[in-house]
Design a protein around this ligand. Structure first.
Ligand code: ACM
Length: 626
């Protein structure tokens, strides 16, 4: 414990995103003579920032390495000041996340860290605003159903499949419940209890089900296999609540009629910024199934790591999947000098797909392009135009020259090969290709891109991006797959609306614009459904905040359908996002993402008119966490 870092952020100088002051304390009785000081931080600098106390030698994403101006005397300290940040701080968790020094022999000493200190007068606090809530009916069901007609309530009975009912479907739900709540009484038995009959009824709406209760039996009527599982999960939830929480009971008679508001009820997990193991995926899929969510968007690729297996380009699974002090990809976020490494094998993917399929969840991979491609370009260096200078643009997340170049034939060849690999691995009819946040200056200083643009009459970065994406769209369409992308794929002429699905993350206005242009859209508004955003406005809040503050109540209240045009594009659903810059462990996901994940599940399922914040606040306490 030789080294400790203190840090503070202040908003000055005006017109910038502030100043970060770092003090490295040498707690030992030996002089430290570092050759480098390294840190990762959510407060970022670029080439225009002023640094005192050292000279920056590497600045990639959240990682900075400096050569210090001085040694650090025994018991003394070294000060660094970084002025003119390109990303400031709003909470204690947005400063330096890890720091270390490199010694002459190459060994590293890691520092312990203070929280980021706030400027004087900053509002502290920032706890979760999740009230106890209130229930009018003793029904433990979430998402809340379309219609509840129940007057008599009683103790929950043991339930068993009636003769002829699909026992395997009961078994899947019983096993799901056992994994989620290992110590709770099982909702179903195969030997005793009130019989539950199961019938198909195609006159119910898509994915719709009805539960009819009498004191002697229960009948589940459903439209389709997914609806059958929804109905059984609803029944298991109702029984679970009644048998494990004194506020809840079981319908003695009456009925529940239910169907989802939207067909797409998604959750995105980012495994590129921080790797999450297969076990986390399986548990998250269980939670999704319990909340009747049905699309898992797997953000497998980003600047910080390539996590999809590739036999065409094995370097993606070594160079592209490895972060370390001296690697092409530097340590990021909460990495130490050893960084992290990992990608999913074809077997891992098959395990996730199998588990998802059992629970009625489709898995949509995201193969991010043309931006956010630092890991791809690091692994396949001939994707660079050798004449393009490095560092003339830097993405919002701090990566230079991180976009596939539309002027290079090699870009199309590699992109299509990788998409073919994704098609081989993933059966879902839609493949997401990213398309977000290509820096507006990208390719401006690439002679190859510029002559390509002139030849094809492309007047801007967005138009070049659209050209590239349309070509990719054609490739996917020829293989029977629909292209999905973030909303920027509509810029510069955009991809063709008729075979596209866009994920609207920037604003309601943008969503409306996309629909007016004819795009089908899934709403995943950063300001409401990005679960890594802080949940209250105080310095002590956990999370990041570039899209704002998303309190559980605001997240719940957000109506994705409000203020949209009637068409021609359609709003197909909603999606929550677990971006992992901050949400790197299951503990952090649990702290920050709940109950908002359940709030998005209810937005996807429950008609706006049937929603109630006090009821949701009460019921969401029953929702399982990781
Ligand atoms: C995004 O948040 N860049 C999709």
């Amino acid at each position: 414990m030789t080294l400790h870092l203190s840090q503070s952020w202040s908003p000055e100088p005006e017109g910038t995103l502030g100043t970060l002051k770092l003090t490295l304390h040498n707690l030992s009785d030996q002089m430290l003579r570092p050759t480098q000081i390294c840190y990762t931080s959510l407060c970022r600098i670029d080439e225009t920032s002023e640094v005192t106390g050292g000279t920056v030698i590497r600045n990639q994403g959240s990682f900075v390495a400096l050569v210090p101006d001085a040694h650090i005397p025994a018991g003394g300290c070294l000060n660094l000041t970084l002025t003119g940040l390109i990303y400031g701080a709003r909470t204690r968790s947005q400063g330096v996340l890890t720091a270390w020094i490199v010694e002459r022999d190459g060994s590293c000493i890691e520092a312990t860290l203070d929280d980021l200190e706030a400027p004087d007068g900053t509002k502290r606090g920032g706890g979760k605003l999740w009230p106890e809530g209130q229930i009018d009916l003793p029904l433990g069901l979430l998402p809340w159903p379309s219609e509840v007609e129940v007057a008599d309530w009683a103790e929950a009975p043991q339930l068993q499949p009636a003769p002829g009912a699909p026992r395997e479907a009961f078994q899947i739900v019983a096993a799901l419940h056992r994994r989620l709540f290992p110590d709770a009484p099982a909702p179903f038995s195969f030997s005793a209890g009130r019989p539950v009959a199961v019938r198909a009824d195609a006159s119910l709406p898509a994915e719709g089900y009805r539960l009819k209760f009498t004191p002697d039996d229960i009948t589940l009527t459903h439209h389709g296999e997914a609806a059958q599982q929804h109905g059984l999960i609803a029944l298991a939830q109702i029984a679970h609540a009644a048998r494990s929480d004194g506020r809840f009971q079981f319908p003695a008679s009456g009925q529940i009629t239910d169907a989802p508001r939207f067909g797409w009820r998604g959750l995105m997990l980012d495994v590129a910024r921080n790797f999450h193991p297969v076990a986390t995926h399986l548990r998250l899929l269980d939670i999704m199934a319990w909340l009747r969510m049905n699309r898992f968007h797997w953000h497998l690729i980003d600047d910080e790591g390539w996590r999809m297996p590739s036999s065409a380009y094995p370097a993606l699974n070594t160079i592209g999947a490895t972060r370390a002090q001296d690697a092409a990809l530097a340590p990021q976020y909460r990495d130490g000098p050893g960084g992290q490494a990992g990608f999913f094998s074809a077997d891992d993917i098959a395990t996730v797909l199998q588990h998802a399929e059992t629970h009625g969840i489709n898995v949509m991979p995201e193969v991010e392009m043309p931006g956010h491609s630092a890991s791809l370009i690091a692994a396949i260096p001939d994707l660079r135009d050798p004449q393009e200078p490095n560092g003339y643009y830097r993405s919002v997340q701090g990566f230079t020259n991180n976009a596939l170049n539309p002027g290079l034939p090699r870009s199309y060849e590699v992109a299509k090969t990788l998409l073919d690999e994704a098609i081989d691995l993933f059966p879902f009819d839609t493949i997401h290709v990213g398309a977000d946040e290509v820096d507006l200056a990208a390719w401006e200083q690439s002679p190859t891109a510029q002559s390509f643009a002139a030849e094809h009459g492309l007047a801007s970065t967005h138009e070049m991006q659209a050209y590239f994406l349309r070509d990719i769209q054609g490739h996917l369409a020829a293989r029977g797959r629909r292209i999905a992308a973030w909303d920027e794929a509509a810029e510069g002429g955009g991809i063709l609306p008729d075979t596209a699905l866009l994920f609207a993350w920037r604003s309601k206005e943008k969503t409306a614009e996309l629909m007016a242009q004819g795009y089908d859209v899934v709403a995943t508004p950063g300001q409401a459904y990005y679960l890594d955003m802080i949940e209250s406005d105080g310095w002590d809040a956990c999370g990041i905040s570039w899209a704002g503050v998303s309190t559980p109540e605001a997240c719940y209240a957000y109506d994705p359908g409000d203020g949209l045009p009637d068409g021609p594009g359609r709003l197909l659903g909603v999606q929550a996002a677990i971006w992992s810059e901050y949400l790197d462990t299951t503990a952090r996901i649990n702290t920050v993402a709940f109950p908002r994940l359940a709030a998005v599940a209810e937005a996807g399922w429950t008609p706006q008119s049937a929603k109630s914040w006090p009821r949701f606040a009460a019921l969401s306490r029953l929702a399982p966490q990781l």
